[in-house]
Design a protein around this ligand. Structure first.
Ligand code: FAD
Length: 432
Protein backbone atom coordinates (compact mmCIF):
# COMPACT_ATOMS: atom_id res chain seq x y z
CA UNK A 1 0.00 0.00 0.00
CA UNK A 2 1.08 3.60 -0.61
CA UNK A 3 1.14 5.01 2.92
CA UNK A 4 -1.01 8.13 3.58
CA UNK A 5 -3.14 7.28 0.52
CA UNK A 6 -5.84 4.61 0.52
CA UNK A 7 -4.49 2.67 -2.44
CA UNK A 8 -2.06 -0.05 -3.44
CA UNK A 9 0.83 0.34 -5.89
CA UNK A 10 -0.91 -2.20 -8.13
CA UNK A 11 -4.11 -0.12 -8.33
CA UNK A 12 -2.14 2.98 -9.29
CA UNK A 13 -0.16 1.08 -11.91
CA UNK A 14 -3.38 -0.26 -13.37
CA UNK A 15 -4.95 3.22 -13.39
CA UNK A 16 -1.87 4.64 -15.06
CA UNK A 17 -2.04 2.04 -17.82
CA UNK A 18 -5.65 3.09 -18.44
CA UNK A 19 -4.97 6.82 -18.72
CA UNK A 20 -1.38 7.06 -19.95
CA UNK A 21 -2.08 7.33 -23.70
CA UNK A 22 -5.16 9.48 -23.24
CA UNK A 23 -3.32 11.89 -20.94
CA UNK A 24 -0.43 12.04 -23.36
CA UNK A 25 -2.79 12.94 -26.18
CA UNK A 26 -4.23 15.76 -24.05
CA UNK A 27 -0.88 17.27 -23.07
CA UNK A 28 0.90 16.75 -26.40
CA UNK A 29 -1.79 17.17 -29.06
CA UNK A 30 -4.13 19.92 -27.85
CA UNK A 31 -3.31 23.61 -28.09
CA UNK A 32 -5.20 24.31 -24.86
CA UNK A 33 -2.90 22.13 -22.74
CA UNK A 34 0.36 22.47 -24.64
CA UNK A 35 0.82 26.25 -24.36
CA UNK A 36 1.63 27.68 -20.96
CA UNK A 37 1.87 31.35 -20.05
CA UNK A 38 4.29 32.29 -17.30
CA UNK A 39 6.78 34.87 -16.19
CA UNK A 40 10.02 33.07 -16.85
CA UNK A 41 12.61 35.82 -17.09
CA UNK A 42 11.42 38.94 -15.33
CA UNK A 43 11.33 37.85 -11.71
CA UNK A 44 14.26 37.99 -9.34
CA UNK A 45 14.98 35.40 -6.69
CA UNK A 46 13.47 36.99 -3.56
CA UNK A 47 15.78 35.08 -1.16
CA UNK A 48 19.35 35.48 -2.41
CA UNK A 49 21.28 36.73 -5.38
CA UNK A 50 23.82 34.52 -7.06
CA UNK A 51 24.44 35.24 -10.71
CA UNK A 52 27.19 32.58 -10.74
CA UNK A 53 24.74 29.73 -10.41
CA UNK A 54 23.09 30.47 -13.77
CA UNK A 55 23.22 27.58 -16.22
CA UNK A 56 24.77 28.49 -19.56
CA UNK A 57 24.23 25.13 -21.32
CA UNK A 58 22.16 25.19 -24.47
CA UNK A 59 20.00 22.43 -22.92
CA UNK A 60 19.01 24.86 -20.15
CA UNK A 61 17.48 27.35 -22.57
CA UNK A 62 13.80 27.73 -23.42
CA UNK A 63 12.35 28.83 -26.76
CA UNK A 64 9.61 31.25 -25.89
CA UNK A 65 7.13 32.23 -28.55
CA UNK A 66 8.36 35.48 -30.01
CA UNK A 67 5.76 35.98 -32.69
CA UNK A 68 2.08 36.43 -31.90
CA UNK A 69 1.29 34.34 -34.96
CA UNK A 70 2.65 31.21 -33.33
CA UNK A 71 0.15 31.14 -30.48
CA UNK A 72 -3.48 30.04 -30.86
CA UNK A 73 -5.63 32.82 -32.32
CA UNK A 74 -7.72 33.30 -29.18
CA UNK A 75 -4.77 34.35 -27.03
CA UNK A 76 -3.18 36.72 -29.53
CA UNK A 77 -3.06 40.30 -28.33
CA UNK A 78 -5.18 41.68 -31.18
CA UNK A 79 -7.91 39.06 -30.64
CA UNK A 80 -7.88 39.54 -26.89
CA UNK A 81 -8.30 43.28 -27.32
CA UNK A 82 -11.43 42.65 -29.39
CA UNK A 83 -12.84 40.70 -26.48
CA UNK A 84 -12.00 43.41 -23.95
CA UNK A 85 -14.95 45.40 -22.73
CA UNK A 86 -17.60 45.18 -20.09
CA UNK A 87 -19.08 41.93 -21.30
CA UNK A 88 -15.93 39.93 -21.84
CA UNK A 89 -13.80 41.37 -19.07
CA UNK A 90 -13.21 39.34 -15.96
CA UNK A 91 -15.20 40.80 -13.08
CA UNK A 92 -12.90 42.09 -10.33
CA UNK A 93 -12.58 39.74 -7.38
CA UNK A 94 -14.49 42.02 -5.01
CA UNK A 95 -17.48 41.97 -7.35
CA UNK A 96 -17.23 38.19 -7.60
CA UNK A 97 -17.30 37.93 -3.85
CA UNK A 98 -20.34 40.17 -3.54
CA UNK A 99 -22.32 38.94 -6.51
CA UNK A 100 -25.72 37.48 -5.72
CA UNK A 101 -25.82 33.68 -5.93
CA UNK A 102 -28.48 33.64 -8.65
CA UNK A 103 -26.17 35.59 -10.97
CA UNK A 104 -23.48 33.13 -12.03
CA UNK A 105 -19.96 34.29 -12.86
CA UNK A 106 -20.05 32.86 -16.38
CA UNK A 107 -22.99 35.12 -17.21
CA UNK A 108 -20.76 38.16 -16.78
CA UNK A 109 -18.35 36.99 -19.44
CA UNK A 110 -20.86 37.34 -22.26
CA UNK A 111 -22.77 34.66 -24.10
CA UNK A 112 -20.64 31.68 -25.10
CA UNK A 113 -17.44 33.29 -23.78
CA UNK A 114 -15.68 31.08 -21.27
CA UNK A 115 -13.07 32.19 -18.76
CA UNK A 116 -10.34 30.67 -20.93
CA UNK A 117 -11.31 32.93 -23.87
CA UNK A 118 -10.40 36.23 -22.25
CA UNK A 119 -7.33 38.01 -20.94
CA UNK A 120 -5.84 36.15 -18.01
CA UNK A 121 -5.64 38.52 -15.06
CA UNK A 122 -3.35 36.39 -12.98
CA UNK A 123 -2.41 39.30 -10.72
CA UNK A 124 -5.73 38.90 -8.96
CA UNK A 125 -4.70 36.45 -6.30
CA UNK A 126 -7.26 34.64 -4.20
CA UNK A 127 -6.64 34.10 -0.47
CA UNK A 128 -7.26 30.41 -1.03
CA UNK A 129 -4.43 30.02 -3.58
CA UNK A 130 -1.45 27.82 -2.70
CA UNK A 131 0.87 29.51 -5.18
CA UNK A 132 1.86 33.11 -5.66
CA UNK A 133 0.52 34.87 -8.76
CA UNK A 134 2.91 34.69 -11.66
CA UNK A 135 3.50 38.43 -11.85
CA UNK A 136 4.17 39.03 -8.14
CA UNK A 137 7.27 41.25 -8.02
CA UNK A 138 7.76 41.14 -11.77
CA UNK A 139 7.84 43.75 -14.47
CA UNK A 140 6.16 41.96 -17.36
CA UNK A 141 3.01 39.98 -18.01
CA UNK A 142 4.84 36.84 -19.09
CA UNK A 143 5.47 34.78 -22.17
CA UNK A 144 3.76 31.91 -23.94
CA UNK A 145 5.83 28.74 -24.09
CA UNK A 146 5.17 25.57 -26.03
CA UNK A 147 5.57 22.72 -23.55
CA UNK A 148 5.89 20.24 -26.40
CA UNK A 149 8.85 22.11 -27.94
CA UNK A 150 10.60 22.45 -24.57
CA UNK A 151 10.44 18.98 -22.98
CA UNK A 152 11.54 18.38 -19.42
CA UNK A 153 14.84 16.46 -19.67
CA UNK A 154 18.49 16.46 -18.65
CA UNK A 155 19.99 19.95 -18.78
CA UNK A 156 23.27 19.63 -16.91
CA UNK A 157 22.12 22.15 -14.25
CA UNK A 158 23.72 20.91 -11.01
CA UNK A 159 26.21 21.81 -8.31
CA UNK A 160 25.84 24.32 -5.51
CA UNK A 161 23.21 26.46 -7.29
CA UNK A 162 20.79 23.53 -7.73
CA UNK A 163 21.54 22.20 -4.23
CA UNK A 164 20.90 25.58 -2.67
CA UNK A 165 17.37 25.59 -4.11
CA UNK A 166 16.59 22.01 -3.05
CA UNK A 167 18.07 22.68 0.42
CA UNK A 168 15.99 25.80 0.81
CA UNK A 169 12.87 23.90 -0.20
CA UNK A 170 13.51 21.05 2.25
CA UNK A 171 15.02 23.03 5.13
CA UNK A 172 13.14 26.26 5.28
CA UNK A 173 9.76 25.17 4.06
CA UNK A 174 9.07 21.93 5.79
CA UNK A 175 7.49 23.14 9.04
CA UNK A 176 10.58 22.22 10.99
CA UNK A 177 13.23 24.65 12.09
CA UNK A 178 16.41 24.94 10.08
CA UNK A 179 19.10 22.65 11.38
CA UNK A 180 21.31 25.45 12.74
CA UNK A 181 18.45 26.81 14.82
CA UNK A 182 17.57 23.36 16.08
CA UNK A 183 21.18 22.63 17.05
CA UNK A 184 21.42 25.91 18.89
CA UNK A 185 18.28 25.13 20.88
CA UNK A 186 19.51 21.63 21.64
CA UNK A 187 22.78 22.90 23.01
CA UNK A 188 20.98 25.47 25.15
CA UNK A 189 18.90 22.69 26.69
CA UNK A 190 21.84 20.44 27.52
CA UNK A 191 23.12 21.16 31.03
CA UNK A 192 26.82 20.44 30.77
CA UNK A 193 27.45 18.89 27.39
CA UNK A 194 28.97 15.41 27.46
CA UNK A 195 27.15 12.25 26.40
CA UNK A 196 23.73 13.83 26.40
CA UNK A 197 24.90 16.47 23.95
CA UNK A 198 26.43 13.83 21.69
CA UNK A 199 23.24 11.81 21.69
CA UNK A 200 21.10 14.90 21.03
CA UNK A 201 23.42 15.92 18.23
CA UNK A 202 23.10 12.44 16.72
CA UNK A 203 19.31 12.64 16.94
CA UNK A 204 19.29 15.96 15.16
CA UNK A 205 21.56 14.60 12.43
CA UNK A 206 19.38 11.54 12.04
CA UNK A 207 16.28 13.70 11.79
CA UNK A 208 17.99 15.96 9.28
CA UNK A 209 19.02 13.06 7.08
CA UNK A 210 15.53 11.51 7.35
CA UNK A 211 14.11 14.85 6.33
CA UNK A 212 16.40 15.16 3.33
CA UNK A 213 15.64 11.61 2.28
CA UNK A 214 11.91 12.12 2.41
CA UNK A 215 11.39 9.73 5.32
CA UNK A 216 8.55 10.50 7.72
CA UNK A 217 9.73 11.69 11.11
CA UNK A 218 8.32 9.79 14.10
CA UNK A 219 6.40 12.64 15.63
CA UNK A 220 5.16 14.30 12.46
CA UNK A 221 1.45 14.77 11.94
CA UNK A 222 -0.19 13.70 8.69
CA UNK A 223 -0.27 17.21 7.20
CA UNK A 224 3.44 17.85 7.68
CA UNK A 225 4.24 14.44 6.28
CA UNK A 226 2.07 15.13 3.24
CA UNK A 227 3.88 18.40 2.61
CA UNK A 228 7.22 16.67 2.73
CA UNK A 229 6.12 13.80 0.51
CA UNK A 230 4.78 16.24 -2.08
CA UNK A 231 8.15 17.97 -2.38
CA UNK A 232 10.16 14.77 -2.34
CA UNK A 233 7.81 13.17 -4.89
CA UNK A 234 8.17 16.16 -7.19
CA UNK A 235 11.97 16.02 -6.80
CA UNK A 236 11.89 12.27 -7.58
CA UNK A 237 9.75 12.85 -10.67
CA UNK A 238 12.17 15.52 -11.96
CA UNK A 239 15.10 13.13 -11.33
CA UNK A 240 13.29 10.34 -13.20
CA UNK A 241 12.80 12.57 -16.23
CA UNK A 242 16.35 13.75 -16.37
CA UNK A 243 17.56 10.13 -16.13
CA UNK A 244 15.04 9.05 -18.78
CA UNK A 245 15.93 11.73 -21.31
CA UNK A 246 19.65 11.96 -20.56
CA UNK A 247 22.33 13.50 -22.75
CA UNK A 248 25.46 11.49 -23.25
CA UNK A 249 27.88 14.37 -23.50
CA UNK A 250 30.46 12.27 -25.33
CA UNK A 251 28.24 10.93 -28.13
CA UNK A 252 25.66 13.75 -28.14
CA UNK A 253 22.87 11.11 -28.00
CA UNK A 254 19.78 11.37 -25.79
CA UNK A 255 18.77 8.11 -24.11
CA UNK A 256 17.67 6.59 -20.79
CA UNK A 257 20.51 6.34 -18.27
CA UNK A 258 20.08 3.30 -16.04
CA UNK A 259 22.95 4.18 -13.71
CA UNK A 260 21.44 7.60 -13.09
CA UNK A 261 18.10 5.99 -12.15
CA UNK A 262 19.81 3.44 -9.92
CA UNK A 263 21.68 6.09 -7.94
CA UNK A 264 18.91 8.64 -7.64
CA UNK A 265 15.81 6.47 -7.32
CA UNK A 266 16.27 2.72 -7.17
CA UNK A 267 18.47 2.96 -4.08
CA UNK A 268 15.85 5.17 -2.38
CA UNK A 269 12.50 3.33 -2.52
CA UNK A 270 10.87 6.00 -0.35
CA UNK A 271 11.41 8.51 -3.18
CA UNK A 272 9.54 6.22 -5.58
CA UNK A 273 6.82 5.77 -2.98
CA UNK A 274 6.49 9.56 -2.77
CA UNK A 275 5.93 9.72 -6.54
CA UNK A 276 3.09 7.22 -6.18
CA UNK A 277 1.70 9.31 -3.36
CA UNK A 278 1.75 12.41 -5.59
CA UNK A 279 0.02 10.48 -8.34
CA UNK A 280 -2.81 9.57 -5.93
CA UNK A 281 -3.15 13.15 -4.69
CA UNK A 282 -3.12 14.88 -8.09
CA UNK A 283 -5.38 12.36 -9.81
CA UNK A 284 -7.93 12.72 -6.99
CA UNK A 285 -7.86 16.51 -7.53
CA UNK A 286 -8.50 16.07 -11.26
CA UNK A 287 -11.34 13.62 -10.53
CA UNK A 288 -12.86 16.18 -8.17
CA UNK A 289 -13.12 18.68 -11.03
CA UNK A 290 -15.26 16.35 -13.12
CA UNK A 291 -18.45 18.38 -12.76
CA UNK A 292 -16.67 21.70 -13.20
CA UNK A 293 -14.97 20.57 -16.40
CA UNK A 294 -18.23 19.31 -17.90
CA UNK A 295 -19.38 22.91 -18.24
CA UNK A 296 -15.95 24.39 -18.98
CA UNK A 297 -15.37 26.24 -22.25
CA UNK A 298 -12.06 25.24 -23.82
CA UNK A 299 -11.11 28.16 -25.98
CA UNK A 300 -8.43 28.05 -28.67
CA UNK A 301 -10.52 29.43 -31.56
CA UNK A 302 -10.57 26.02 -33.28
CA UNK A 303 -14.04 24.63 -32.43
CA UNK A 304 -13.29 21.13 -33.72
CA UNK A 305 -10.16 20.85 -31.63
CA UNK A 306 -11.88 22.39 -28.60
CA UNK A 307 -14.66 19.78 -28.81
CA UNK A 308 -12.04 17.03 -29.05
CA UNK A 309 -10.16 18.47 -26.04
CA UNK A 310 -13.36 18.50 -24.03
CA UNK A 311 -14.20 14.95 -24.99
CA UNK A 312 -10.75 13.70 -23.95
CA UNK A 313 -10.80 15.61 -20.66
CA UNK A 314 -14.29 14.28 -19.90
CA UNK A 315 -13.08 10.74 -20.57
CA UNK A 316 -10.06 11.31 -18.31
CA UNK A 317 -12.10 12.63 -15.37
CA UNK A 318 -14.59 9.79 -15.83
CA UNK A 319 -11.86 7.14 -15.51
CA UNK A 320 -10.22 8.93 -12.57
CA UNK A 321 -13.60 9.41 -10.87
CA UNK A 322 -14.40 5.71 -10.81
CA UNK A 323 -14.15 3.95 -7.45
CA UNK A 324 -12.08 3.28 -5.45
CA UNK A 325 -11.27 6.83 -4.36
CA UNK A 326 -7.49 6.71 -4.07
CA UNK A 327 -6.84 9.71 -1.84
CA UNK A 328 -9.02 10.99 1.00
CA UNK A 329 -8.44 14.70 1.52
CA UNK A 330 -11.04 14.72 4.31
CA UNK A 331 -8.56 13.09 6.68
CA UNK A 332 -6.46 16.24 6.69
CA UNK A 333 -6.93 19.47 8.66
CA UNK A 334 -9.51 17.94 11.00
CA UNK A 335 -7.92 18.41 14.45
CA UNK A 336 -8.40 21.45 16.67
CA UNK A 337 -6.02 24.12 15.37
CA UNK A 338 -6.46 22.78 11.86
CA UNK A 339 -7.13 26.24 10.45
CA UNK A 340 -3.76 27.57 11.64
CA UNK A 341 -2.01 24.49 10.34
CA UNK A 342 -3.70 24.85 6.99
CA UNK A 343 -2.62 28.47 6.72
CA UNK A 344 0.94 27.49 7.63
CA UNK A 345 0.81 24.74 5.02
CA UNK A 346 -0.47 27.18 2.39
CA UNK A 347 2.12 29.85 3.21
CA UNK A 348 4.95 27.37 3.08
CA UNK A 349 3.79 26.09 -0.25
CA UNK A 350 3.68 29.68 -1.52
CA UNK A 351 7.32 30.02 -0.43
CA UNK A 352 8.23 26.95 -2.47
CA UNK A 353 6.53 28.63 -5.39
CA UNK A 354 8.64 31.81 -4.83
CA UNK A 355 11.79 29.68 -4.63
CA UNK A 356 11.28 28.63 -8.24
CA UNK A 357 12.55 32.07 -9.27
CA UNK A 358 15.92 31.10 -7.73
CA UNK A 359 16.40 28.19 -10.16
CA UNK A 360 19.32 29.17 -12.41
CA UNK A 361 18.31 27.16 -15.49
CA UNK A 362 15.47 28.40 -17.69
CA UNK A 363 14.20 24.96 -18.72
CA UNK A 364 14.30 23.68 -15.11
CA UNK A 365 12.57 26.88 -13.93
CA UNK A 366 9.83 26.43 -16.55
CA UNK A 367 9.02 22.88 -15.46
CA UNK A 368 9.63 23.64 -11.78
CA UNK A 369 7.17 26.52 -11.90
CA UNK A 370 4.63 24.52 -13.86
CA UNK A 371 4.75 21.58 -11.46
CA UNK A 372 4.67 23.69 -8.30
CA UNK A 373 1.65 25.48 -9.78
CA UNK A 374 0.14 22.07 -10.63
CA UNK A 375 0.58 20.76 -7.08
CA UNK A 376 -0.63 24.08 -5.66
CA UNK A 377 -3.75 23.83 -7.81
CA UNK A 378 -4.30 20.22 -6.69
CA UNK A 379 -4.10 21.36 -3.03
CA UNK A 380 -6.50 24.22 -3.71
CA UNK A 381 -8.98 21.86 -5.36
CA UNK A 382 -8.65 19.27 -2.58
CA UNK A 383 -8.86 21.62 0.40
CA UNK A 384 -10.78 24.69 -0.79
CA UNK A 385 -13.14 23.26 -3.35
CA UNK A 386 -16.52 21.68 -2.68
CA UNK A 387 -17.89 19.66 -5.61
CA UNK A 388 -21.44 20.01 -4.33
CA UNK A 389 -21.34 23.82 -4.56
CA UNK A 390 -21.41 26.04 -7.60
CA UNK A 391 -20.42 29.68 -7.64
CA UNK A 392 -18.83 29.71 -4.16
CA UNK A 393 -15.75 27.81 -5.19
CA UNK A 394 -12.45 29.63 -5.72
CA UNK A 395 -11.87 30.54 -9.36
CA UNK A 396 -9.66 28.26 -11.39
CA UNK A 397 -7.47 30.08 -13.91
CA UNK A 398 -6.54 28.58 -17.29
CA UNK A 399 -2.87 28.49 -16.26
CA UNK A 400 -3.82 26.50 -13.16
CA UNK A 401 -5.79 23.97 -15.16
CA UNK A 402 -3.00 23.60 -17.72
CA UNK A 403 -0.45 23.18 -14.89
CA UNK A 404 -2.62 20.64 -13.06
CA UNK A 405 -3.16 18.37 -16.07
CA UNK A 406 0.46 18.64 -17.21
CA UNK A 407 1.68 17.84 -13.69
CA UNK A 408 -0.44 14.69 -13.71
CA UNK A 409 1.05 13.97 -17.15
CA UNK A 410 4.56 14.35 -15.71
CA UNK A 411 3.98 11.95 -12.78
CA UNK A 412 2.19 9.52 -15.06
CA UNK A 413 5.25 9.52 -17.33
CA UNK A 414 7.58 9.16 -14.33
CA UNK A 415 5.76 6.03 -13.14
CA UNK A 416 5.92 4.52 -16.63
CA UNK A 417 9.64 5.37 -16.94
CA UNK A 418 10.32 4.03 -13.47
CA UNK A 419 8.66 0.73 -14.49
CA UNK A 420 10.78 0.52 -17.56
CA UNK A 421 13.97 1.19 -15.60
CA UNK A 422 12.93 -1.34 -13.00
CA UNK A 423 12.41 -4.02 -15.65
CA UNK A 424 15.81 -3.24 -17.19
CA UNK A 425 17.48 -3.53 -13.78
CA UNK A 426 15.72 -6.84 -13.07
CA UNK A 427 16.63 -8.35 -16.42
CA UNK A 428 20.23 -7.13 -15.96
CA UNK A 429 20.32 -8.83 -12.57
CA UNK A 430 18.95 -12.08 -14.03
CA UNK A 431 21.48 -11.99 -16.83
CA UNK A 432 24.35 -11.43 -14.44
P1 FAD B 1 19.93 16.58 -6.27
O1 FAD B 1 18.83 16.03 -7.10
O2 FAD B 1 20.32 18.01 -6.50
O3 FAD B 1 19.52 16.40 -4.73
C1 FAD B 1 20.16 17.10 -3.66
C2 FAD B 1 20.01 16.25 -2.37
O4 FAD B 1 18.62 16.13 -2.05
C3 FAD B 1 20.51 14.79 -2.56
O5 FAD B 1 21.88 14.70 -2.27
C4 FAD B 1 19.66 14.03 -1.57
O6 FAD B 1 20.20 14.09 -0.28
C5 FAD B 1 18.35 14.79 -1.57
N1 FAD B 1 17.35 14.19 -2.46
C6 FAD B 1 17.45 13.88 -3.77
N2 FAD B 1 16.30 13.42 -4.24
C7 FAD B 1 15.42 13.45 -3.22
C8 FAD B 1 14.05 13.10 -3.10
N3 FAD B 1 13.33 12.67 -4.14
N4 FAD B 1 13.46 13.22 -1.89
C9 FAD B 1 14.16 13.68 -0.83
N5 FAD B 1 15.46 14.04 -0.89
C10 FAD B 1 16.08 13.92 -2.07
N6 FAD B 1 18.12 19.11 -13.86
C11 FAD B 1 17.90 18.64 -15.12
O7 FAD B 1 18.78 18.05 -15.71
N7 FAD B 1 16.66 18.81 -15.72
C12 FAD B 1 15.62 19.44 -15.10
O8 FAD B 1 14.55 19.62 -15.69
C13 FAD B 1 15.84 19.94 -13.78
N8 FAD B 1 14.87 20.59 -13.12
C14 FAD B 1 15.12 21.10 -11.87
C15 FAD B 1 14.10 21.80 -11.22
C16 FAD B 1 14.34 22.36 -9.97
C17 FAD B 1 13.24 23.10 -9.26
C18 FAD B 1 15.64 22.24 -9.37
C19 FAD B 1 15.93 22.88 -8.03
C20 FAD B 1 16.64 21.54 -10.01
C21 FAD B 1 16.39 20.97 -11.27
N9 FAD B 1 17.38 20.24 -11.93
C22 FAD B 1 17.13 19.75 -13.18
C23 FAD B 1 18.63 19.88 -11.26
C24 FAD B 1 18.50 18.47 -10.60
O9 FAD B 1 17.31 18.40 -9.83
C25 FAD B 1 19.66 18.16 -9.66
O10 FAD B 1 19.79 19.17 -8.70
C26 FAD B 1 20.99 17.96 -10.38
O11 FAD B 1 20.87 16.97 -11.37
C27 FAD B 1 22.09 17.52 -9.38
O12 FAD B 1 21.71 16.28 -8.79
P2 FAD B 1 22.35 15.64 -7.50
O13 FAD B 1 22.60 14.21 -7.77
O14 FAD B 1 23.50 16.47 -7.07
O15 FAD B 1 21.21 15.68 -6.38
Amino acid sequence: MVSDACVSYGTINHLNEQIYTLLNSITQDTDFFSYYRLNLFNKECPFWSDANSMCGNIACSVNTIESDEDIPLTWRAEELSKLEGPKANHPPRNIQAERPKERPLQGMLGEGVGESCVVEYDDECDDRDYCVPEDEGSTGKGDYVSLVDNPERFTGYSGSGAHQVWDAIYRENCFMKPMAEELQEQSLNVPTGGLQAVSDFRNVLQKESQRLEGLPLDNECLEKRVFHRLISGMHASISTHLCWDYLNQTTGQWHPNLECYKERLHKHPERISNMYFNYALVSRAVAKLRKHLQSYTFCTSDPTQDAETKSRVTQLTKILGEPPQIFDENLMFQDPGAQGLKEDFRNRFRNVSRLMDCVGCDKCRLWGKLQVNGYGTALKVLFEYDETKNGENPPLRRTELVALINTLGRISHSLAASHSFHRALESGQHNA
